[in-house]
Design a protein around this ligand. Structure first.
Ligand code: HEC
Length: 119
């Protein structure tokens, strides 16, 4: 009888441990932080401008179909906000986590937040 008890409680302990592992594994809820020391770096601005021209401008640029996406207004944004949108997407805004490396996503944020940005 005592053997049976032990086996049962070990099973419960294992189930609880496994439950903990899956609760801790919430990738999509990750809150990105943006390294502010990158802002204003000329090489970041240039790299980000290239990323913007490759894809973002087709929805956000002057030549985009009107109404496809909002005109970007960086004075209302923080770098973290822009990085979050580019990384995770939001409603009609696609996620670029797979398409662009972390460095490229950071560069496009540097560009959007820079004085050179226009859309
Ligand atoms: C397929 C079209 C499309 C592409 C490509 C695209 N976006 Fe967007 N984006 C959208 C739409 C639509 C929204 C509005 C989402 C919403 O708030 O409903 C948006 C929203 C945003 C916002 C938030 C705007 C605000 O004022 O709330 C930012 C910042 C942004 N996009 C940046 C980018 C950047 C940088 C790129 C290039 C890496 C990019 N987008 C590429 C469609 C696009």
């Amino acid at each position: 009888m005592s053997l049976h008890q032990d086996g049962w409680s070990r099973g419960v302990a294992l189930a609880l441990a496994l439950g903990c592992v899956s609760v801790g594994h919430a990738d999509d809820a990750e809150i990105p932080t943006f390294p502010t020391e990158l802002l204003g770096r000329p090489e970041g601005i240039a790299a980000g401008k290239a990323v913007f021209g490759q894809i973002c401008k087709f929805c956000h640029g002057k030549s985009a179909y009107p109404g496809k996406a909002p005109k970007l207004n960086p004075s209302r944004y923080t770098p973290e906000f822009v990085y979050d949108r580019v990384t995770n997407g939001y409603r009609g805004m696609p996620s670029f986590r797979e398409q662009f490396s972390e460095q490229e996503r950071q560069a496009v944020v540097v560009y959007v937040m820079s004085r050179e940005f226009s859309n």
